[in-house]
Design a protein around this ligand. Structure first.
Ligand code: SAH
Length: 241
């Protein structure tokens, strides 16, 4: 049995009870070391296999092997395992096997939802999530999605805004969105959402500070109705008040 567990953004308070129960029911825990570290108090008595970034396929193959020998395994993702997490890959690999393993996806709070709660209410109307990582999606396709999502006036949540290998992607993305987003459109930046070292910044699109962002940052860009009041970002739902 494989539980693909989204542990939420970081704090134990933000994990679901089901995620905690499934961790307890697992004999082996597999995950990227940063995430294993976040849940270390819950898994003291478990066999733990941790490895580095970009070793997702190895991690999933290990989970399938261990499960096929009759052990229960927890495969850990940050946030939700179905949002740029491990859920898709483990199903894809399992679909290529003759003997299928049982897989259960255990939902978690994805980082844009966690960040939104710290920013106020930015996601009250239609929104979309776009990852700026071009490791597996061609940059041209990402550009097209940024262009059309801003033209359609979605609130936009940017995952993977920046990394050492891609320091300029976020500013390129803003250049594309600039055609449709006014310079006073609210932007929320939340670094380490839901963790003890969380940082929250609210600013206008035209005064975006790219230096505040890194790999552990969520960037939320409002729509044409979004405004800032008392330090919070609010996207009206459309109520007549
Ligand atoms: N499965 C994860 C997303 C993995 S992609 C989820 O559901 O949240 C990795 C990206 O998610 C990071 O580059 C960052 O943009 C975002 N992210 C993950 N954890 C975060 C956190 N605690 N605070 C802010 N952003 C976070």
């Amino acid at each position: 049995m494989i539980y693909v567990i989204g542990i939420g953004p970081g704090k134990l308070d933000h994990m679901t009870k089901e995620a905690i129960d499934c961790l307890r029911n697992s004999q082996v825990i597999i995950g990227y070391k940063t995430y294993i570290n976040l849940i270390k108090d819950l898994i003291k008595d478990k066999e733990i296999i941790e490895n580095g970034m970009r070793q997702e396929i190895d991690r999933c193959n290990m989970a399938l092997e261990i499960s096929s020998k009759g052990k229960s395994v927890a495969l850990i993702s940050g946030g939700d395992s179905g949002v740029y997490g491990m859920a898709g890959l483990i199903y894809e690999l399992n679909s290529k096997r003759d003997k299928k393993e049982r897989i259960k996806v255990v939902q978690g709070v994805t980082s844009c939802i966690s960040a939104a709660s710290s920013l106020g209410a930015p996601l009250m109307n239609d929104f979309c999530q776009i990852s700026l990582s071009d490791l597996m999606t061609p940059w041209k396709q990402i550009e097209k999605r940024l262009e059309l999502a801003s033209q359609a006036d979605f609130v936009i949540c940017l995952y993977n805004p920046k990394s050492k290998g891609r320091p300029e992607h976020l500013s390129y993305a803003f250049k594309i969105m600039e055609k449709y987003k006014n310079s006073n459109t609210p932007v929320g930046i939340v670094k380490n959402a839901g963790r003890d070292n969380e940082e929250v910044y609210v600013m206008d699109f035209g005064r975006m500070n790219f230096d505040l962002c890194d790999m552990a940052t969520m960037v939320i860009i409002g729509n044409k109705e979004t405004y800032i009041d008392n330090g919070k970002i609010i996207t009206p739902r459309g109520y007549k008040i």
